[in-house]
Design a protein around this ligand. Structure first.
Ligand SMILES: Nc1ncnc2c1ncn2[C@@H]1O[C@H](COP(=O)(O)OP(=O)(O)OP(=O)(O)O)[C@@H](O)[C@H]1O
Length: 655
């Protein structure tokens, strides 16, 4: 330790001592702790002492610290407090911190942790949502752990805390005297020590900065719309829409953490995709590890299966047998008949059963004759629908003979079971991500799981990214939004060149328009990051071209090859492996960065993102059907918008 350093420490200690002398005395060990905090000022820690200490109410922090490792709500206690008090201290501090404008965005409560400090020699460790350390181990919170705030952010937080309440008094620093710190490239932002600020000006400056520097950490900083929606109280079901990359999932995860900390019971994040819950769970743990155990991440079919099994009901669906049943039905009643004559693709008729007949839970030909089939095309007359119904009955018979259920049966059975006997312990809140691709029955099930209470159901989606025509209105699922619909408009993922590339697609929004709400196209969202690169390759030897484009990447980490079909994914896995690349199939990925090239279908990639995305051309059956062309465009839009910096699209052309 240098002499000057020692001298400065001593000066800060004496200053803190003098300030502490002017107030009710603290027990000696607490005094030592506060002095130690104050001495860390040059390292960027700002100390605020509760004016009631040492008689602070049990559910309030004795000290709040803002510094490089975040904001700490510190409880100085002889004994470990109960979780309710520790949690209440967190929430009290979080409410004061809410939306502190910093040079990097609005501060979220993910920057905040609860720490209990006990006298030297006490038992320590993690308990529930807080960390306990002993007086002689303060280095653990002050010097170790991830740095999440820059000095300017920490100072903004400390100033806000001191200006928003008389309960917290600065120790060892003066909020009025420290000059307003400026972030790189910022000019003339000053005079905001009172916490007052010009929102528009700030928003603009943040936006400009974002274009220059690295992206702020989404866990710690959000934009104003996002943060507003994290904290909004909804009196019933609500919906968040917005084009790709606008932070819908990020917002949903923050909201789950926010609600978890202000409630008891379990929360659920669900979607129809099996891959996304795993990735979202991982992100959530990095955002709010302390409440990780309170939120269940599970795809809807998985939830339904588990629920039915717990109720002693049949819950198995065997994909191979389902496929066999369908093929048998197609051979007997499909191919060679009126269905194949109208549309030769058997996949189309499988979708008709999955999305319309069973997806809507239709029980009779009469109901099917008048059922809406939005986005499915074909304009089937009631007479023709009788043929489809016959085919469907054949499929059901085949399933029955094999004694198997398909995935729609499972959802419907779970819905019926819930209607019979509701959940013993309802979820506190349910988030449904990628809602645009749910069937009507799936949506009804999600609604039945959540209920209509305040903050209980949040639907997150984007109609432009719809891959399956669902053709429902929320009202058909009994969901009334009552104006609780919000739109995000700032694209944090895709650089400008990527947005421009995807913007050329004419992807019809098949979801938002169903409820008559406003629709937002990808192009009308503002990319926060400029630059990027989009390459369209044309030629005969696509494999060679794609491999050499991959080799030209300065860093292959975080690259993906996305395909339309499983067969194509398998093909590219083999091609890449043969060329010496490490390959990681998308269906097993949990979002952990890896040097391997991810390969999988666009469907599997929904909700994810990569630095570079490769979209090889695939043989496709040409179609004149408008809805198939539209669906294909929407799929391409999903594919392109998985790319952050670079997208490569192949078009095979023979010589
Ligand atoms: N406020 C923010 N600051 C910095 N990064 C952000 C912010 N909000 C979102 N991001 C980042 O933007 C990217 C897209 O976020 P997210 O996946 O939540 O978007 P989305 O709207 O759900 O996209 P999609 O509809 O395509 O699945 C992620 O990399 C996320 O970390």
């Amino acid at each position: 330790m240098t002499g000057t350093h020692h001298h400065r420490e001593e000066r800060l200690r004496r200053q803190a001592e003098a300030e502490l002398r002017a107030r009710p005395p603290l027990p000696p060990w607490q005094k030592r702790v506060v002095e130690r905090f104050a001495v860390e000022r040059p390292a960027g820690w700002y100390t605020l002492l509760n004016q009631f200490a040492p008689h602070t109410p049990e559910n309030r922090p004795d000290v709040v610290l803002a510094g490089p490792r975040g904001v700490l709500a510190v409880l100085l206690r002889e004994e470990d407090p109960g979780w309710e008090d520790a949690r209440a201290a967190f929430v009290w501090t979080a409410e004061l911190l809410a939306g502190v404008p910093t040079p990097h965005g609005l501060l979220t409560e993910a920057a905040l942790r609860t720490v209990v400090v006990r006298p030297a020699g006490s038992a320590t460790g993690h308990s529930g949502e807080h960390l306990t350390v002993a007086e002689d181990d303060l280095d653990r919170i002050l010097l170790r752990g991830e740095e999440v705030l820059e000095r300017a952010d920490a100072l903004s937080a400390a100033r806000q805390l001191s200006s928003r309440t008389f309960d917290l008094t600065p120790i060892g620093w003066n909020p009025q005297r420290i000059p307003e710190p400026r972030a790189a490239g910022e000019t003339g932002v000053s005079g905001r020590s009172s916490g007052l600020f010009d929102v528009d000006e700030l928003r603009e400056q943040r936006f400009e900065r974002a274009l220059e520097g690295p992206m702020p950490d989404w866990r710690i900083f959000l934009d104003d719309t996002q943060l507003g929606l994290v904290r909004r109280r909804y009196s019933g079901p609500a919906r968040i829409t917005g084009p790709a990359g606008t932070g819908k999932t990020v917002l949903a995860l923050h909201r789950l953490a926010y609600l978890a900390r202000r409630s008891s019971g379990e929360l659920l994040y669900t979607t129809h995709l099996s891959t996304l819950p795993r990735i979202a769970e991982k992100q959530f743990r990095s955002l709010a590890r302390q409440v990780g155990h309170r939120v269940r991440f599970q795809h809807l079919h998985g939830w339904a299966k588990e629920f039915l099994a717990a109720r002693g009901r049949d819950s198995e669906a065997d994909d191979r047998q389902i496929e066999e049943a369908f093929l048998a039905a197609w051979q007997r009643a499909g191919q060679g008949g009126p269905l194949a004559a109208a549309r030769p693709s058997r996949g189309y008729w499988k979708d008709e059963i999955d999305r319309v007949i069973k997806g809507r839970g239709l029980r009779s030909l009469e109901a099917y004759k008048t059922a809406p089939r939005r986005g499915r095309g074909g304009n089937l007359t009631p007479g023709f629908r009788a043929h489809v119904w016959e085919f469907y009955c054949e499929y059901e018979r085949e399933l029955g003979e094999r004694g198997v259920s398909d995935h729609n049966d499972i959802l419907l059975r779970a819905l019926t079971e819930l209607g019979r006997t509701p959940l013993e312990r309802p979820f506190t809140a349910v988030v449904v991500d990628e809602v645009q691709d749910l069937t009507l029955i799936g949506l009804r099930l999600a609604h039945a799981i959540s209920g209509d209470g305040p903050n209980q159901l949040l639907l997150v989606g984007d109609g432009q990214q719809q891959v399956y025509a669902g053709g429902w209105r929320l009202s058909e699922a009994g969901i009334a939004l009552g104006g609780r619909g919000e739109i995000l408009r700032r694209n944090y993922r895709n650089r400008t060149a990527i947005v421009d590339e995807a913007g050329e697609l004419d992807a019809v929004n098949r979801f938002d328009d169903l409820d008559g709400g406003p629709t937002v196209a990808l192009r009308s969202a503002l990319p926060v990051l400029g630059g990027g690169r989009a390459v369209r390759w044309r030629g005969p030897d696509q494999e060679e071209a794609l491999l050499s484009a991959l080799r030209r990447l300065d860093d292959t980490a975080d690259a993906a090859v996305l395909t339309r079909t499983n067969n194509a994914a398998e093909h590219w896995e083999n091609v890449l492996r043969a060329a010496g690349f490490q390959v990681s199939p998308l269906d097993r990925w949990d979002g952990t960065p890896s040097p391997a090239i991810h390969v999988g279908t666009v469907h599997r990639a929904k909700g994810t993102e990569f630095r570079s995305v490769f979209l090889p051309d695939e043989p496709r059956i040409a179609t004149n059907h408008r809805e198939e062309q539209e669906a294909s465009q929407r799929q391409q839009l999903v594919a392109i918008t998985r790319a952050r910096d670079f997208v490569w699209t192949g078009f095979v052309e023979s010589d």
